[in-house]
Design a binder for this molecule. Structure first.
Ligand SMILES: Cc1ncc(C[n+]2csc(CCOP(=O)(O)OP(=O)(O)O)c2C)c(N)n1
Length: 522
């Protein structure tokens, strides 16, 4: 067995697919795969989209693996790897390393790039964005390295690992030795639980602020149970994940942190923006890594800082109280329904109305930016994923595709006109031909986030155009139709339902559909 076969055989135990953008470094892998060794290779011909697909694979609960070409492939993947790192999404990223030798082996250097792509410290290119990296130096290290990489990637907090494989290693003879391993997770101490119980028992107005506690099913269930039994409002209920059902009794939209005396912060690196006001409450922070030491400057306080999984903490927290909030949740819901009704009469499509109508389809949603979760109907664990903390655009098209390939479930990918292009649509469409998904572009003809930043920094500006932030994707129809996808353009609220139906029917008939919605800039 050669080195490539050992690697593929180990990966096969953890996943059934690998997303690959290969190069001259992959000769032994391609030859082994040709003989049926290892997981299936899925080609997505750009690293942004391919590594995003691996991320979507991990988000579905399987292990996402991407294989990229030496340093160029690594550089193209870097932003998405950083997204996965900031969002605690496991990934195995394998990259070739230029052959070491100039002569003596069929794997020795034979192209100019084998010198020019060699780097003094290849892992250094992305070391700030991975949990661990290693270059395999001898054939004896292959099996241990791949298995240890998987162990590190999947242990809490999960994240990407990066393993480089020189061509000589991939062709050398070796054997597969299995490593016994378990995955690690921090746990809560009795004394921390007692302190949390005391703080909550003395509270007259507690609040949960989360962002990522829907990352795991056990956490999602624990938060729902705890919030519902004790009637504690949940802010950030649609954050990066769906953390609590949008139709749940305790889902809270707008609030002032000053109205609460105990705040439970669950898996949330930025629980509030200090310049807009800070709470006076006691802060209980529960997180598998509550200190976020990879963030250089961060001033958020915690009276009680608990390094633990959310279920471990909540399921052992013995609080006897529940709180009464009158009719604020009913009023909040009625107000949203009133606003949605009004949006139906406006000239252009409001993003909130489009989100509400889209969510009625009931499919899983991958959202890069425009979807308004607080107006949507989302109730299932893992029904929604949005905006990795790091904020490198371009992940949603690939990630939605990866989730679809992994689960076979129907997926809706919502993007802005800007994030659509950042996701490398041609690479996406290449693979989406065989794995149909529904894409909805909220086209506001702008990088509106950038425009808003200009207004924030210059509050009294009278600028009526924003050079460097204007965008125009007219002409998209031809691109979509060239891959025999369904293209639907809608621009008024009355066209939403028919447009969504056309898109949904096309996907159910096996064709990727792109709904291009001209939306209001709000
Ligand atoms: C790779 C990358 N490039 C640039 C940015 C900066 N950026 C953040 S939001 C944004 C605009 C996105 O445009 P669009 O998807 O149309 O959403 P909109 O802001 O219009 O709501 C840009 C360019 C980024 N986050 N990532």
């Amino acid at each position: 067995m050669n080195g490539a076969e050992v690697i593929l055989n180990i990966l096969k135990k953890y996943t059934d697919k690998v997303f690959i953008v290969s190069g001259t470094d992959y000769a032994a892998f391609i030859e082994a795969r040709y003989r049926g060794v290892g997981p299936e290779f899925i080609v997505i011909p750009h690293e942004i989209t391919a590594v995003s697909a691996a991320m979507g694979y991990s988000l579905s609960g399987k292990l996402g693996v991407a294989m990229v070409h030496t340093v160029p492939g690594t550089l193209n993947s870097l932003g998405i790897i950083a997204d996965a790192f900031s969002s605690r999404i496991p990934l195995i990223v394998i990259a070739g390393k230029s052959p070491y030798t100039e002569r003596g082996s069929t794997a020795s250097r034979n192209l100019r790039i084998h010198w020019t792509q060699d780097l003094r410290d290849q892992g250094g290119v992305l070391r700030q964005y991975v949990k661990w990296d290693h270059e395999i130096r001898t054939v004896e290290q292959i099996a241990d390295t791949i298995q240890r990489g998987i162990q590190i990637a999947l242990s809490e907090p999960p994240g990407p690992v990066y393993i480089t494989v020189p061509r000589e290693i991939s062709v050398a003879d070796t054997t597969l030795t299995e490593k016994k391993m378990d995955f690690t997770e921090p746990g809560v101490s009795t004394s921390k639980l007692e302190r949390a119980k005391e703080l909550l028992s003395n509270s007259s107005a507690p609040l949960i602020i989360t962002w990522g506690s829907g990352r795991r099913r056990d956490w999602f269930d624990s938060v729902k149970r705890f919030a519902d039994i004790h009637r504690i409002p949940v802010a950030g209920y649609v954050g990066e994940w769906l953390n609590y059902p949008t139709t749940g009794d305790m889902a809270l939209d707008s609030y002032n942190t000053k109205d609460f005396d105990v705040i439970l912060v669950f898996e949330n690196e930025v629980p509030w923006i200090p310049k807009y006001g800070e709470p006076d409450a006691k802060i209980i922070r529960v997180d598998v890594d509550p200190l976020y030491s990879q963030i250089p400057y961060s001033g958020f306080p915690c009276d009680l800082c608990v390094q633990s999984g959310i279920s471990d903490f909540l399921d052992n927290l013995n609080v006897k109280k529940s709180w009464d909030w009158g009719d604020i949740f009913v009023k909040q819901r009625e107000e949203k329904m009133r606003k949605l009704e009004k949006m139906k009469d406006s000239k252009r499509i409001h993003p909130a109305l489009l989100s509400y109508e889209l969510s009625k389809i009931g499919w899983t949603i991958y959202n890069e930016y425009p979807f308004r979760g607080e107006y949507a109907i989302l109730n299932r664990y893992n029904q929604y994923y949005a905006d990795p903390g790091f904020g490198h655009l371009g992940w949603a098209l690939g990630a939605g595709l990866g989730y679809k390939i992994s689960t076979g479930e129907n997926v809706i990918i919502t993007v802005g006109d800007g994030s659509f292009i950042e996701g490398v649509p041609t690479a996406f469409l290449y693979t989406a031909k065989r794995h149909p998904v529904l894409v909805v572009i909220y086209d506001n003809k702008s990088w509106f986030a950038v425009e808003k930043a200009v207004r924030e920094v210059f509050p009294s500006t009278s600028m009526d155009s924003f050079p460097g932030a204007d965008l125009d994707i007219d002409g998209l129809a031809e691109v979509v139709e060239s891959i025999s996808g369904e293209y639907v353009y809608i621009e008024s609220p009355s066209e939403i339902q028919d447009g969504l139906k056309r898109g949904k029917d096309a996907v159910l008939a096996g064709r990727t559909a792109i709904i291009h919605a001209r939306t209001e800039k709000v």
